[in-house]
Design a protein around this ligand. Structure first.
Ligand code: FES
Ligand SMILES: [Fe+2]
Length: 457
């Protein structure tokens, strides 16, 4: 459990809060690039860490992320016109352009400069003294990232591999979830729940395909192991970016199976996958009570012809579950309002929850805690070790930053680390094999995959 005070610190993210100040030290995924696909296209609202912003791609193709309310008298610039200036008509690729307020026509460029103030006399220089708050952006991997902190604390963009991702591999999607970002993220750092929340009886009908032995198992066998050992042991191993933890299970054949998930401060996770995965699952606060769950491909699939090439962990097509790789904003069919279309007969007879959609099972679990769960009421067990460690890392970092300005963990440029090494893993261990190696640059399977794609480790 946490004290009520620590729970407040952990969960509140608005400007000036202790955790909000920490989160603002990291480049933050603000929206999907395909929400503003076209130069001169429609602006979109962006609410991020409790701040109301508007994003637009100007006629020159540059993306702006500026305060939503017009600096004049506050009309929402979401209703504005994305256009060139009347006084300096735009020549393609050059010239002034930006978002013009619909109320009195003041116009702001992507940097927040007021570039036109047609309601004032032509001789006025007032526009030179008016600015909209604007945040820097970096487009990478189908996401538009921003830095919400003070300019003098800005660190280089943390590249998890997206900067060099070939266009054919770019895939980024997001799902809205009305609950606090930490409790949403805790679902990804909780290996035990897959042995319960996502269970269904038909797993027993999956034939044993012989992969229950040391080495890489099939996805179907993974399901069977989750079902077989429903009280995994958790081990947490701290790393320079946060930690990796293993959920350790005994297989039906008596072997040791590990699912290794990574946590990178502040809200990146890499969920266990066979043999390893670098796809990012991120939990970005909209505000204290709402979260974007963002998934993005960070690197090309490794070793396309070998282990794991394009093979999704939850691709169990013969069973009543689905977990697709989404691009774009995933609509919510299953919500608290319709009780996630839970079917009590199905729950009694077929699946553990009766909720028909895999992701919605996770959403039910974390949303039904309430917008911000009061962690002073919880009772943590042995399977909560990774959750506990994540909270401790975040709380310590936020408090140290507040108290003495200590450099937050996992910031690029500070230690010269390569964020492309942030990976998960899953395997049945050989006798004596150390799970901490799996998925790292020291893992022979990783090295083989890197060679297959022509990369150096
Ligand atoms: S409120 Fe925007 S120009 Fe007046
Ligand atoms: Fe889950």
């Amino acid at each position: 459990m946490l004290s009520a005070e620590d729970n407040e610190i952990l969960t509140r993210v608005g400007p000036g809060t202790i955790m909000g100040n920490l989160l603002r030290r990291y480049w933050t995924p603000a929206l999907l690039a395909n929400e503003v696909p076209t130069p001169g296209g429609d602006p979109v609202r962006v609410r991020l860490l409790g701040e109301d912003l508007v994003a637009f791609r100007d006629l020159n193709g540059r993306v702006g992320l500026i305060q939503e309310n017009c600096p004049h008298r506050g009309t929402s610039l979401y209703f504005g016109r994305n256009e060139g200036t009347a006084h300096a008509p735009l020549v393609a690729g050059e010239g002034l352009c930006g978002l013009r307020c619909p109320y009195h026509g003041w116009q702001f460029d992507v940097d927040g400069n007021c570039i036109d103030m047609p309601s004032e006399p032509p001789t006025s220089t007032f526009k030179d003294r008016v600015r909209a708050k604007a945040y820097p952006v970096h487009e990478s991997g189908g996401l538009i990232w921003t830095y919400l902190g003070a300019p003098d604390t800005m660190t280089p963009f943390r590249d998890f591999g997206t900067d060099s991702l070939p266009p054919e591999y770019v895939s980024a999607g997001k799902t809205f979830s009305p609950c606090n970002w930490v409790q949403a993220m805790e679902g990804n750092l909780d290996s035990a729940h897959i042995s319960w929340l996502h269970q269904f009886n038909a797993i027993d009908d999956i034939p044993d395909d012989g992969s229950d032995k040391p080495g890489y198992l099939s996805v179907d066998m993974s399901w069977k192991i989750w079902r077989h050992d429903r009280a995994p042991r958790l081990e947490v191993h701290d790393t320079w970016y946060g930690y990796r933890y293993a959920g350790i299970r005994t297989t039906p054949g008596g072997h040791t199976h590990v699912r290794i998930t990574g946590f990178c401060v502040p809200y990146m996770t890499a969920v266990a996958s066979i043999p390893f995965r670098s796809r990012l699952s991120m939990f970005v606060p909209i505000d204290d009570e709402n979260t974007w769950r963002i998934n993005a491909v960070a690197q090309p699939p490794r070793n396309p012809n070998g282990y794991g090439g394009g093979h999704e962990l939850f691709d169990v097509t013969n069973y009543p579950y689905e977990a697709r790789k989404f691009t774009g904003i995933r609509g919510r069919r299953w919500t608290a309002e319709n009780e996630y279309e839970m079917d009590r007969d199905v729950q009694r007879n077929e699946t553990f929850t009766g909720i028909p959609d895999f992701n919605s099972q996770d959403l039910m679990a974390t949303e039904s805690m309430g917008p911000i769960y009061d962690r002073s009421q919880e009772h943590l067990g042995t399977t909560d070790r990774a959750v506990i460690r994540m909270r401790r890392i975040l709380l310590d970092a936020a408090k140290r930053l507040a108290e003495n300005g200590a450099t937050p963990p996992a910031l690029a440029g500070v230690e010269g680390h390569d964020f492309r090494t942030f990976r998960s893993a899953e395997k049945i261990l050989e006798p004596g094999e150390d799970w901490r190696i799996l998925g790292t640059d020291d893992d022979p399977t990783v090295q083989e995959a890197m060679l297959a794609t022509g990369e150096q480790t």
